[in-house]
Design a protein around this ligand. Structure first.
Ligand SMILES: *Cc1c(COP(=O)(O)O)cnc(C)c1O
Length: 352
């Protein structure tokens, strides 16, 4: 008997690499643009005496500001340390049945990690051959449902009508819609939280808010759902939202015009990239996110991935069933994308 027999052994989620130095980073779906200048202003004038005190347990002014901007009662909002934290709390809170929870087979690779961690039985539902979610597949018996919209890493949007069909036909299951990428042109199910008491909508500051480094995520749902999540959170760590992050998050929300402009730029670059990639022989499902999930019609994704990395351009590739011939390419600035396209042209020419 050794202490090691008592260790909780898990296979963790593997995040994309964070290389240091001068590389072009198109591998973790971060926003290529800095947050609003208001963030720098607020942080440079921050009264550090405040740091003596514990922060508000609910995210204080950040939750107030979210309530104002989204027009949602603050008791229907939960804030956490990135949406990964919010999702982890939601899994722990809502998925305690014996019937497997369900989510797509090709999706955010953290869901099965949390399910394993919390001993939640789960089953994956295959996307169709075009990487689409088939709504009728989600009418089977289940202990809960998780669907990202747009889905990751495919970028495909599911319509609000189809999602409502799934939510309304599963009144006895919590349905989590993970809207990490919704601000890049998809429609949100947020307006449905008062209509369905089983709906939890999760969003994040990491992608469309240019703030992955600040770690802010939020969930919207009816008061009862949020209360249950808070009970779990207060049983682990009450003070998740530190004062500096709260101040920075409020500053971001005070400059929604800036966010609209940045999102518009990312969307414009994405649409241009769709044309460029098509011209180079790539195919991909239509993306409504800040990445494109592309496959080349002649060259293996692994080869492009390795050569790009050698050229200092990081994209994401998974050696996994169904998706190993695809690259997930985050949308960077126009200059970064031009450099990637130039690399591809040269690589493809030399290869074929
Ligand atoms: C990026 C991402 C998240 C988590 O982001 P946080 O940085 O933790 O807010 C959650 N879900 C999906 C689908 C994502 O792609």
């Amino acid at each position: 008997m050794s202490w090691e027999d008592n260790v909780r052994k898990v296979i963790p989620y593997v995040p994309g690499e964070q290389p240091t130095g001068r590389v072009i980073k198109l591998n973790t779906n971060e926003n290529p643009y800095p947050p609003s200048p208001k963030v720098a202003e607020v942080l440079s004038h921050y009264d550090t005496d405040d740091l003596r005190l514990y922060p508000d347990v609910h995210g204080g002014e950040l939750r107030d500001k979210l309530s104002e901007v989204y027009g949602v009662d603050k008791e229907k909002i939960f804030v956490g340390v990135g949406s990964d934290d919010v999702l982890a709390v939601a899994f722990m809170t809502f998925f305690n049945g014996r019937t497997p929870i369900i989510f797509p087979d090709v999706t955010y690779s953290f869901y099965d990690v949390w399910a394993e961690l919390y001993n939640i039985p789960y089953m994956t539902i295959p996307l169709d051959d075009d990487f689409r979610i088939k709504k009728d597949d989600y009418l089977r018996t289940n202990g809960g449902i998780v669907i990202p919209n747009p889905n990751a890493p495919t970028g495909c949007e599911k319509s609000v009508e189809d999602l409502e069909y799934i939510i309304s036909n599963n009144p006895d299951s919590i349905v989590i819609i993970d809207e990490a990428y919704v601000d890049f042109g998809a429609r949100s199910v947020l307006p449905l939280i008062d209509k369905y008491d089983n709906l939890l909508v999760v969003q994040t500051f990491s992608k469309s808010f240019c703030m992955a480094g600040a770690r802010i995520g939020m969930a919207f749902g009816n008061k009862k759902l949020i209360k249950y999540m808070n009970d779990v959170k207060f049983s682990i760590n009450s003070y998740t939202m530190n004062r500096l992050t709260v101040a920075a998050g409020v500053a971001v929300l005070e400059d929604m015009d800036y966010l609209k402009e940045v999102r518009g730029k990312v969307i414009a670059t994405r649409e241009r990239m769709k044309k460029e990639l098509t011209a180079l022989g790539f195919t991909f499902p239509d993306s409504k996110s800040n990445f494109i999930f592309a496959s080349h019609n002649e060259i293996a994704a692994a080869d492009i991935f390795k050569a790009a990395k050698q050229a200092g351009i990081y994209v994401r590739w998974w050696d996994k069933r169904r998706i190993s011939d695809h690259l997930r390419i985050s949308i960077g600035t126009d200059e970064e994308m031009d450099a990637f396209i130039a690399f591809l042209k040269e690589f493809i020419n030399g290869y074929l």
